[in-house]
Design a protein. Structure first.
Ligand SMILES: [Zn+2]
Length: 499
């Protein structure tokens, strides 16, 4: 591959290129496999950066260990609020929820919040409780401040956590820049050269712009803006903004919650909660209003919809705006549970299902409890969705999942989790071919962002963004796929990661 000014200019045999060009620099990776730089078409890049700033409590073997990790983290980089994430009492000998005694001893004056691995529970100290105004009489709709012997233990469940999180000061610019730099480094390390930040605040869009202008941010980013009044008012009238490293051309909304916490909006009640169909979190009238603005100014609309009722509601509203054979590429993010009658509507209206194959293999152990056996054929219907438009993007939704795009590839083709389970794969009829799975994280992911003319394949004229692997994704055994390593990553022909 010959590269000039950051772009691919030719591909061919080594000798032929050596004859045709006199390079200033030459890179020889030896016997490796080079792919177009991987693209994550749906992730939470900023959130991941914030997560990297918190104490890592994943895998703590006891409550005591979790607290000492937090103390060590605070000594390394002191913060006015101490944050940690990832503890799980199921890994401890006692398997019981802790109380805040140890935490108050370690942090008598500094507020602390430690989120459990699933974020539905958190431990806080006395200082955090008092700043949040939580006492023994506090009642929270949809949440609980747990008490033992009439005293608060420091354990907060669901909505009670937001009483604390809302008094935590928003990150300042220093913290944000650090989060972005560290998230970028991690992304390059796993072979990603472009990411799509799902749900972006105005000030973050502006920070990305500033950092890219200063050359302090290299990774290419497609921002799905939050459909806030500020974003709609500020960005819609300007029309899409597309630069070498950033695309601002879509609005993101949420039509429902997630399946794990029974927040996904279903057409019929949950099999394991017959009283509930989940949550509709978006008024169709509001979606209609945003769709009107987006269409008038040339923006995509990307709506999170997981349950079949949410998917149907979004399609119903989209149908008012989309003609058959349009090329507006309005997206449904996740599209996890789809009623069979709605599947052809993706093709008819050219709606792009933006899927995450790892969700299927992460959820497989409990999803049939939520849906019951009869509805399982509606879940993760990747093949049928792919056939609608002939292409689809596959992302990770990190940090909900881990950031490695190759996990999405493995999950898509093998339908197995990281441990190679289950034998034969979960819903193997919904597997993608290796060719499709590679396209879904390169050229099809680019297409979902209207970026296929500048990236997604190694073609003369496109950016020389590429990922070097030790493994041939097209022919390696399943085991070798799971073991494959990223050797190097390049953006615009410059190495941004090297093992
Ligand atoms: Zn997401």
């Amino acid at each position: 591959m010959a590269i000039d000014q950051g772009r691919v200019i030719a591909l061919g045999k080594k000798d032929e290129l050596a004859e045709a060009y006199t390079p200033r620099h030459r890179l020889d990776f030896g016997n490796v496999f080079i792919y177009p730089g991987f693209i994550d078409p749906h992730c939470h890049f900023m959130d991941y950066g914030y997560l990297l700033q918190e104490a890592n409590l994943y895998g703590s073997g006891s409550w005591g260990e979790a607290v000492s990790r937090l103390v060590a983290h605070q000594q390394r980089s002191p913060q006015p609020w101490v944050k940690g994430r990832g503890w799980d009492q199921n890994l401890w000998k006692m398997q019981e929820f802790p109380d805040k005694t140890l935490l108050d001893k370690a942090f008598p004056h500094t507020p602390v919040i430690m989120r459990r691995v699933d974020s539905h529970a958190a431990m806080v100290n006395e200082k955090a409780l008092s700043l949040a105004g939580i006492d023994v009489n506090t009642q929270v709709e949809g949440g609980l401040a747990v008490k033992r012997d009439g005293k608060l233990t420091g354990l907060l469940l669901d909505n009670a956590i937001s009483l604390v999180s809302k008094v935590i000061p928003l990150p300042n610019e220093y913290t944000k820049r650090k989060a972005i730099r560290e998230a970028e480094k991690a992304c390059f390390g796993v072979g990603l050269t472009s990411v799509s930040n799902a749900g972006t605040k105005t000030e973050d869009v502006e920070l990305f712009q500033r950092m890219q202008a200063e050359d302090a941010m290299t990774i290419r980013i497609y921002v799905m803006m939050e459909a806030s009044g500020t974003n709609l008012g500020l960005f819609a009238p300007q029309g899409p903004i597309v630069t070498d490293r950033m695309s601002i051309r879509s609005f993101k909304l949420y039509a429902d919650g997630a399946l794990g916490s029974r927040g996904a909006h279903l057409l019929e009640p949950y099999a394991d909660d017959p009283e509930s169909c989940g949550l509709q979190t978006l008024d169709p009238a509001e979606l209609r209003r945003v769709c009107g603005i987006a269409k008038a100014h040339g923006f995509q609309v990307n709506v999170h919809a997981i349950g079949d009722a949410a998917v149907r509601m979004v399609l119903d509203v989209y149908e008012e705006f989309l003609e058959p054979c349009n090329d507006l590429r309005w997206r449904i993010e996740h599209a996890q549970i789809v009623q069979p009658d709605d599947i052809p509507r993706f093709g008819r209206l050219s709606v792009i299902p933006s899927i995450q194959t790892t969700h299927a293999t992460s959820d497989m152990k409990w999803v049939s409890a939520r849906l019951g056996p009869a509805r399982m054929m509606r879940a993760y219907p990747y093949r049928a969705l792919l056939e609608q438009n002939g292409w689809l993007p596959n992302g990770s939704d990190f940090p909900i999942e881990r950031i490695e795009p190759l996990r999405g590839f493995c999950s898509a083709v093998t339908k197995k989790n990281d441990e190679g389970e289950p034998e034969g794969g979960f819903q193997p009829e919904n597997a993608l071919t290796r060719d499709e799975a590679l396209k879904a994280m390169t050229i099809w992911a680019a297409r979902a962002n209207f970026e296929e003319d500048s990236r997604g394949s190694l073609t003369p004229g496109k950016w020389a963004d590429f990922t070097v692997l030790d493994t041939d994704l097209m022919s390696a055994s399943e085991e070798a796929l799971r073991q494959s390593k990223v050797i190097a990553t390049a953006s615009a022909g410059t190495l941004v990661h090297q093992q």
